[in-house]
Write a protein that binds this ligand. Structure first.
Ligand SMILES: Cc1cc2nc3c(=O)[nH]c(=O)nc-3n(C[C@H](O)[C@H](O)[C@H](O)COP(=O)(O)O)c2cc1C
Length: 383
């Protein structure tokens, strides 16, 4: 069974290890993109019982005319996922795919292939794209914001038919024409889980309708406000689409022996050593091409974008990190992707010090004694 649907109350995942991480920093300890590092960290997370390892899709970095900039040095998620799948035992392995960059017949077959390699542990993060220059490289203008989600929905519809239908089918949509469509072998799983992280009203509606895991950027520090954000999302999915969705988020972990030391380090790498050129470009692109948040909120969150793509900060002692994960869980978050500046040390410290606290808090079962499965919520319609 895909561990994404295992019994732990709070699932954990690694994020962005197929590139230079999620931070946009000049800190010398921030690692370079490397397969060795991808492999080491995925295996460490697998041994620690994490449920997910999620790569990101990036075809070009953020600053203009800087082809060698580290933000663009990102390994291809699908072939990366195939390698990670072959090298791990239990962890859920994701790929991330931009619908405008890959024909659905290719995406369906690649996904089915990685599902076979992983023995049914694969999942797919589907994105419409927002980094305009990278999509322009493909020779097609980026679509208007909401239309990107119409395109993504049709792309996914074709993929799901290829995964599930045994007979050849014709599909004539707004964006795709498929004649005699077929894809064999089918995936190992009856349905490969879909993740989406659209943050705009249209993006959230897309995820609520089509995804098994919906991602939010948590805005507030306050548990009740976070609960309102999550419950609002789940309620919209229920009312508009008759679906129960799982809501996950991504985070930035800075763990230290003292709170002051952790906060000082968080400030050092994300403010004093911020990659200003990169974050400026990211903010411009996000402001122009996404509708996740108003410009003022985007500006206010600058440090969080520099620290880790807007992830919720888990900064402090092991106890603080565990408490903050507890806050997210009580507020309704079902999974947290973790990022660090230095993943090797980060995972080792987290596994040694934070995981036992999460187990004590009943959020996770110790590795090897997994909690009973919560079962799979298919994209089912509620009665
Ligand atoms: C956890 C997470 C992972 C994401 N992964 C990618 C990615 O790999 N590639 C990408 O271009 N966008 C990625 N995004 C961006 C979203 O898919 C989405 O395009 C963005 O949040 C803008 O939302 P909007 O399109 O609804 O305005 C990710 C966002 C989050 C929060």
């Amino acid at each position: 069974m895909n561990p994404l649907f295992g019994g732990n109350t709070l699932k954990l995942g690694l994020f962005c290890t197929n590139g230079p991480g999620a931070s946009q920093t000049l800190a010398p300890e921030a690692h370079e993109t490397s397969w060795d590092m991808s492999l080491r960290t995925a295996r460490a997370a697998d041994r620690a019982g994490f449920e997910a390892v999620v790569p990101f899709a990036r075809w070009k970095g953020y600053p203009e005319n800087r082809p060698q900039h580290r933000s663009g040095r990102v390994l291809d998620p699908f072939t990366w996922a195939a390698g990670i799948a072959a090298a791990t035992e239990n962890i859920g392995v994701f790929a991330t795919s931009h619908a405008p960059t890959l024909h659905p017949i290719v995406a369906a077959k690649q996904a089915a292939t990685v599902d076979h390699i992983s023995g049914g542990r694969f999942a797919l993060n589907v994105v419409g794209g927002w980094n305009r220059p990278e999509l322009e490289m493909f020779g097609a203008p980026m679509r208007e914001h909401d239309e990107r989600y119409d395109h993504l929905a049709e792309w996914l519809q074709v993929i799901r038919r290829l995964w599930s239908e045994s007979d050849e089918f014709d599909f004539h949509g707004r964006f795709f024409d498929v004649v005699g469509g077929v894809s064999e072998p089918k995936p190992v799983q009856s349905a490969i889980p879909i993740m989406n992280a659209g943050g705009s009203p249209r993006g959230m509606r897309f995820a609520a309708e089509h995804a098994d895991l919906c991602f939010v950027i948590v805005h507030s520090e306050d548990e009740d406000a976070i609960r309102d954000q999550i419950q609002g999302y789940k309620q919209m999915a229920r009312e508009e689409f008759g679906r129960e969705v799982r809501v996950w988020t991504h985070t930035v972990v800075v763990q230290s022996d003292s709170q002051a030391e952790a906060e000082a380090y968080y400030r050092r790498f994300s403010v004093e050593q911020e990659d200003v050129e990169s974050v400026d470009a990211w903010m411009r692109l996000q402001g122009a091409n996404t509708e996740v948040m108003p410009p003022a909120v985007l500006q206010a969150m600058r440090q969080r974008f520099a620290a880790g793509a807007g992830g919720f900060p888990l900064v402090g002692t092991a106890e603080t990190v565990a408490e903050r994960l507890g806050t997210l869980s009580r507020a309704g978050i079902e999974g947290a992707l973790l990022t660090w500046v230095d993943y090797d040390t980060g995972i080792a410290d987290f596994t040694r010090d934070v995981l036992p606290l999460l187990e004590e808090a009943g959020l996770r079962a110790p590795v090897g004694r997994s909690a009973p499965s919560i079962g799979r919520t298919e994209p089912a319609v509620i009665g």
